[in-house]
Design a binder for this molecule. Structure first.
Ligand SMILES: Nc1ncnc2c1ncn2[C@@H]1O[C@H](COP(=O)(O)OP(=O)(O)OP(=O)(O)O)[C@@H](O)[C@H]1O
Ligand SMILES: Cc1ncc(COP(=O)(O)O)c(N)n1
Length: 266
């Protein structure tokens, strides 16, 4: 069985972060492992507290996994601070990890900072050059490139700038576009749009985590980047279609729809 590792924050409500990543890995048939960078007290209405893990326990988790187990792909999510970014970058360096999907998590849907503002520059200098795929949303792409990314032409322009920062491939997510949810993949040669009709729902907690960990799962199974993104797009679309109203706010994506349907749970 192929393996994938998520290096990310914990979401106590289970919709995003480590929890969404492990559900995605499981649903897509790869064995999921985790390195927890921070714990968030979070529900469908918002984030009420954040506790960063000490860098020594982050380092120990990375070494514990890599010293023992072959890791076929890595997804990186919430990193919170420059110190944590540097620790994770050092871990990737130590093990020359090839298939790294970096989801540049900055602000939760509910508006809380999951990456300190002053850490964006460290992300650019220390981690983006080590990534195989970087997956910013429109807001994150704007913060990385320094101009507004709001439509398909500015997505294309931003993808080139982020590629020049040293990533192998760039996927700019269009979940926050006006109109269709259209993502862009740039591999340094071709620009490919992955369009999809916007699903009319408020239950989109964890869509970005689900999408990036589905890309990592595809890469772990040996897909090329184009197929990994195409399959991840299908997966996240289905997971949003089957999302449901958990709690009082923004409900989560649903990872086990096929199983649930079969078992008559849905
Ligand atoms: N309403 C929707 N209908 C269809 N697809 C969507 C919708 N919202 C998001 N997506 C898709 O979900 C994936 C994640 O995109 P999005 O832009 O929401 O990421 P994100 O903002 O990083 O997510 P998060 O806020 O969970 O971190 C993309 O493939 C995007 O196109
Ligand atoms: C631990 C953690 N990681 C990532 C997100 C982003 O997801 P969203 O933007 O859907 O809130 C989150 N809310 N919590």
């Amino acid at each position: 069985m192929k393996t994938a590792l998520t290096i990310a924050g914990s979401d106590s409500s289970g919709g995003a972060g480590i929890q969404a990543d492990l559900k995605t890995f499981s649903a897509l048939g790869v064995f999921g492992m985790s390195v927890i960078t921070a714990i968030t007290a979070q529900n469908t209405c918002g984030v009420t507290a954040i506790r960063e893990m000490d860098t020594d326990i982050i380092k120990a988790q990375i070494h514990a996994v890599y010293d023992d187990i072959e890791v076929n792909a890595v997804k990186i999510g919430m990193l919170s601070s420059s110190a944590i970014i540097k620790e994770v970058a050092a871990g990737i360096e130590a093990y020359t990890i090839p298939k790294v999907v970096l989801d540049t998590v900055m602000i939760s849907k509910s508006g809380s900072y999951l990456l300190q503002k002053n850490a964006v520059q460290t992300l650019i200098t220390d981690l983006i050059p080590k990534a195989f795929v970087v997956t910013p949303n429109l807001h994150e792409a704007t913060a990385l490139v320094g101009f507004e990314v709001v439509d398909q032409p500015t997505m294309q322009k931003a993808a080139k700038v982020i590629k020049d920062m040293g990533a192998e491939c760039v996927v700019i997510k269009g979940g926050h576009l006006e109109g269709d949810a259209c993502d862009l993949l740039y591999d340094g040669k071709t620009m490919e749009f992955f369009p999809n009709k916007r699903i009319q729902t408020i239950h989109t907690h964890g869509t970005g985590c689900t999408f990036s960990s589905a890309i990592a799962a595809g890469l772990a199974k040996g897909m090329d980047v184009y197929n990994a993104v195409a399959e991840a797009k299908k997966y996240v679309t289905m997971a949003i279609q089957h999302g449901f109203p958990l709690g009082k706010g923004v409900g989560p994506t649903n990872h086990f729809f096929a199983l649930y349907e079969k078992a008559g749970i849905l």
